[in-house]
Structures are given as C-alpha cells and as structure tokens.
Design a protein around this ligand. Structure first.
Ligand code: HEM
Length: 560
C-alpha cells in the first residue's frame, strides 16, 4: 500500500503531471505553443487523475490490495452507510445477514473499492481494540463530524492526547466514586417517578382509567441529563421538573432519528460536513445553530464552575472540577470535555432505559419478577423514596451493594444492553500498515465493528440469540448475577467495547440503569401502547425508537 500510495496517490500524480507538461513543452514546443502552456498542464493533470481514479477504483482493489481475497458483497455503497438509513427493520440486521451469508469468514469486504472491511467474529477484535488499538483511529471524516458536536474530547482525540486525557479523567470513574454516586442517582430516580405520577394523574383525569399513555424517551433523557449534570459538573439542572430546558431541547433535536436528519448525518459521515455544507439545505443552518448554541451554553457553564471553585471554594467532586483542578486544561479544552461528557453520558443511558422498558412491556412475567425481587430487597428504601420521607437517604454502600447483586435487575439490564446496544456500530481507520491476525491491513483501510451483530450472533449466543433471556446473566448453580452472560470471551458482549477506547462511563451507566430500573418497576406497571413493529431502533450514533416509546403506565400506589 505504501509504495502504491506513494506512486499513484494524487499528490504524486500531480507532481508527475507537472513533469509530463514540462517534457511536452520540451519535446513538442510547436504543438504546445499552438494550444497554450496552460492547456498542456491541465491536460496532463486530467489524464493522470483519470488514471488515478481507474487505478484506485478498479485495479487496486482487484489486483494489488492485500484485502483482495477477502470475500464479501463489495458493494458501491457499503452496508455501514446503508444500515443508517435502511427503512425495514434495525440497520444492524444487515450485518447479521452478512455474517450468515459468509459464515466462515472472520473478515468480510464491504465495499467495491477495497477500503472497508467488517470484523464479523470476535477472534480478531483483541488485535483491533487492544493489542493494536493505537494502530487505528476513528475515521477522519467521522471524527471531523463528531468534533463539530462534541469538540476535541475523549471520544475524538487520538494517540498521546487521548492517553493523557483518559489518564486525567479516570479518577472520576473509579469504583469508589461510582458507589458514592448511587444515592444521588436514586434521588433523581425518585424525582422522575413523582413527575411521571403527576403526568399520569393529569392525563388519567381525562382518560379516567388510573393509567395513562406516556412517551418515555424524552423523560429518560431528562433524568439522565439531570444525573450527568450533578456528576459531570456539580450542577442541579432539574430538567425533569421543568416544562422545557434549552440543553435538553438541543440534544433532543440533534439526536432525533427523523428521516431528513438521518440522511443529513449519513452524508456528513460519508463525504464530510464541509462538502454537505456547500449545498443550500436547511439542515445545514439548523445543525450549525444547534451546535453553536450548545457551545455557548457549555462556555457559560465552565465560567460559572471556575468562578465557584476559585471564589466560593466549591469542593464538589465531579468530572469538570477534577479537570479544572488538574490545571492541565484551558477553558476551550474544558468546554470540549464538557460537551463530550454531556453527550456521551446521557443519551446513551436514556436509550438503554427506554429499551429495557420496552422489553419489560413485551415480557410482563419478567416485569413482575423484577418488581418482586427489588421490593423484597429494598422494601423500606422504596417506600421512603416514593413518599419523599424526610429521613436520611440510604447509604451509598447499602444501596450500591444491594442493587449490584440482584440477579434479575442485573440480568434485565445486561440483556437489554446486549440486545439493544446503544452505540450499535463503530469504525476504525488503519493509521499505518498493520495486521489483524494473519491478515495484512493497509494504511487507510476502514474497519467496521457491528456491535449489534456480535451481540446477537447465533454462533456466539446460541439459537435463541435474539430472545430476551435475562437468565443468561444469572448463574445456574448459585443463582447469583454474572457479568458474562454465558459468553466465552470478553469480545462476545461488545456494548461498551473493549480496551483503551472502551466506554469510560460503563460502570456509571450500569449504576444509573440499576437505580432507574429499580425505581420504575416498583412504582409502575406498564404495557406497550403502540404497535410493536413501530419500535424500530434508529439513529446515527445512538439508537432510539424511531417514533418514540409509548407505554400505558399505571401507578402501583396512589398519591405518590
Ligand atoms: C448504556 C450506556 C452507554 C453505552 C452503551 C456506551 C457505549 C460506548 C461505546 C460503544 C464507546 C466506544 C465508542 C467508540 O470508540 O466508537 C463509548 C465510549 C465512551 N463513552 Fe460510553 N456508553 C454509555 C454510557 C456512557 C456514560 C454514562 C458516559 C459518561 C458519563 C460515557 C462516556 C464515554 C466516553 C467519554 C467515551 C470515549 C472513551 C475513549 O475513547 O476513551 N458513556 N461508550
């Protein structure tokens, strides 16, 4: 690849065109004079570029690329892009179909240009995600697009800058600190339950059934925004209690899985935002407006936080304080970190909570089992939460210790995360010539990992891979919760990825889900209030139900 890209890359072809034009001027001076020197240069460039296009589009992938023997659909538009806009069913199913069409292949060639491969089996993931993690980065087009939304943060930085930032941020995610966050998360869950109860009471008045239909996704993102507000910057956003909040509205608009937005984002990922921005499309203005509003809100939040630390001696332990106190970052850098944690830290868990409510609506027997289990374990703590009793909140150790070991709570949570991985797909680009197992991978190759496909693979999870079976996460012998789901390798459950670029917030997300699910299931009974087929996961970065998640919810206790 290196030799080919040096010889036939467009910079070399341009240089060669200049040499060819000079030679033409020397060898055929009369002919060139009659047509003009400029024509000679332009002609040489056009001929060389045409050769370059033929070489890279047709000759290289068929005859020279080390990837040429990898089988696959080799389509003009790769499944990685089609999966974002496909209409019938979840996009991730495209990769499940591909893995079944090429059953013995570790790698599958996705596009006709020999640039994109899918890792279809966990075997090679250790190389990609751990051993050779820094031989790969997020593809530049994708990073450039993400950077517009979340700045230069942990998600978009690469190599040494990434290592430095990750090291500086890790203390906020240590096990002890996550344990300390449980009472706050539990309190926020209580506030959400009361807000849902009020909403039901208002709506049920009209319906007079003691139950009402609620759309859960926006409530889920409100409560997770409130939680990351405290854990990320020590700030009570209180979004659940407000009719509207600018931060929540911006995220809702940015991540809404509406068709036009999906097409816009897919095009930005495929060809880059600078190209799309040249077209007169109202989505461009909306996108720029939303991200600049977000930037401004975060800048203000940083200023306020810095002032609180310096003038008011605010000593709350949160991600932003940790980074400010390290004195390693200026305000612009801090703004990017805040953008990253706000985005990565709330929509992801909100989506997971939404999908677990969906699965529990479809499986009322598990809803009841979970309710019984949590009620038996937390009894008085639940009553205190529901009745907002003025007594000390449960201790972090008691709450975290209890919730972490409840078999069905953890089983439902992990099984949801397996079946509906919030980030269903990720991509990497080889920064240098490298290898995945025995396979040589040239610089510039894009490697696709469909988390959805690995998590639902029948080869890994058995014939019932698509079924919701929380028992996978409960040991058959001692009935205790496990964290492997019966899978053989760490790379079989990919929801949080693995290695140095795995999700830094995974324990935070688990803590949030435990608190929110436990509170929800002991406060309400619910069933689906929409057509089951319309709960299709959609989204470019994270997946949400395309048309919202409508549940008929009935409070288990009155007057809460
Ligand atoms: C259910 C919830 C969540 C899921 C499924 C999830 C999933 C993921 C995945 C798959 C990645 C890797 C992305 C890639 O490299 O392409 C990731 C990275 C990341 N996540 Fe999460 N996440 C969740 C919750 C959170 C939370 C709550 C936070 C913060 C409080 C967070 C912060 C991050 C950050 C900062 C990264 C970048 C890590 C790095 O590259 O070093 N995530 N997450």
């Amino acid at each position: 690849m290196t030799l080919a890209s040096q010889l036939f890359g467009f910079p070399s072809l341009t240089l060669a065109a200049a040499v060819e034009a000079l030679l033409a001027i020397r060898l055929y001076p009369d002919y060139v004079r009659s047509h003009g020197h400029l024509m000679a240069v332009v002609g040489a460039i056009l001929v060389n570029y045409a050769f370059g296009i033929v070489f890279w589009a047709f000759l290289y992938p068929r005859f020279f690329s080390p990837l040429r023997r990898i089988p696959g659909p080799k389509a003009l538009l790769s499944a990685a892009y089609i999966s974002l806009i496909v209409k019938d069913g979840p996009g991730g199913n495209l990769f499940l179909d591909l893995a079944e069409r090429y059953p013995d292949q570790d790698l599958i060639a996705l596009d006709a240009f020999g640039r994109q491969i899918l890792v279809a089996k966990p075997r090679l993931l250790a190389d990609l995600l751990v051993h050779k993690c820094y031989d790969f980065s997020k593809p530049k087009r994708i990073s450039a697009f993400l950077r517009r939304i979340i700045g230069d943060g942990l998600i978009t930085l690469e190599e040494d800058q990434h290592k430095f930032l990750r090291k500086n941020t890790m203390p906020a995610f240590h096990a002890r600190h996550i344990t300390e966050l449980y009472p706050m998360m539990w309190a926020k869950a209580g506030i959400l339950m009361r807000a849902l109860n009020r909403e039901i009471a208002n709506a049920a008045g009209a319906e007079s059934k003691g139950s009402a239909v609620l759309e859960l996704t926006s409530w889920a993102s409100k409560v997770t925004l409130d939680i990351i507000g405290v854990a990320g910057m020590g700030r009570a956003l209180n979004v659940v209690e407000k009719a509207s909040d600018p931060l929540q509205e911006i995220y809702e608009q940015l991540l809404e899985p509406d068709r036009e937005k999906l097409i816009f984002a897919t095009l930005c990922l495929a060809v880059g935002f600078p190209v799309i921005r040249m077209f007169p499309w109202k989505m461009n203005d909306l996108f720029v407006y939303l991200i600049s509003s977000l930037d401004n809100i975060c800048r203000d939040l940083i200023r306020e936080k810095r002032r609180a630390i310096q003038q008011d001696k605010d000593d709350h332990f949160d991600i932003l304080s940790l980074l400010i106190k390290s004195n390693n970052f200026d305000d612009e850098v801090l703004k990017d970190q805040l953008l990253t944690f706000l985005a990565a830290g709330h929509e992801t868990t909100a989506s997971a909570l939404t999908w677990s409510s969906y699965l529990l609506a479809k499986h009322p027997e598990y809803q009841q089992k979970l309710r019984d289990e949590v009620t038996a374990a937390l009894g008085e703590i639940i009553t205190a939460q529901q009745q907002q009793q003025q007594q000390p909140p449960p201790s972090a150790d008691v709450l975290a210790g209890t919730l972490r070991q409840l078999p069905y709570l953890n089983g439902v949570m992990h099984e949801t995360l397996r079946l509906y991985p919030t980030v269903p797909l990720t991509m990497r680009e080889a920064l240098r010539d490298t290898r995945l197992g025995e396979q040589a991978v040239p610089r510039g190759t894009e490697v696709v990992v469909s988390i959805w496909q690995i998590n639902r693979s029948r080869e890994i999870w058995g014939a019932d891979a698509a079924a919701f079976r929380p028992e996978r996460w409960i040991n058959a012998d001692d009935g205790r919760a496990n964290r492997h789901g019966g899978a053989k390798s760490n790379y079989d459950f990919l929801t949080f990825l693995q290695g140095p670029r795995s999700c830094i917030g995974q324990e935070f997300a688990r803590a949030e889900m435990r608190c929110l699910l436990a509170a929800l299931v002991t406060s309400f009974e619910w069933e689906l209030a929409m057509d089951e087929d319309s709960a299709v996961p959609r989204g470019v970065i994270t997946i949400k139900p395309e048309h919202g998640m409508y549940l008929r919810m009935r409070p288990l206790r009155q007057g809460v």
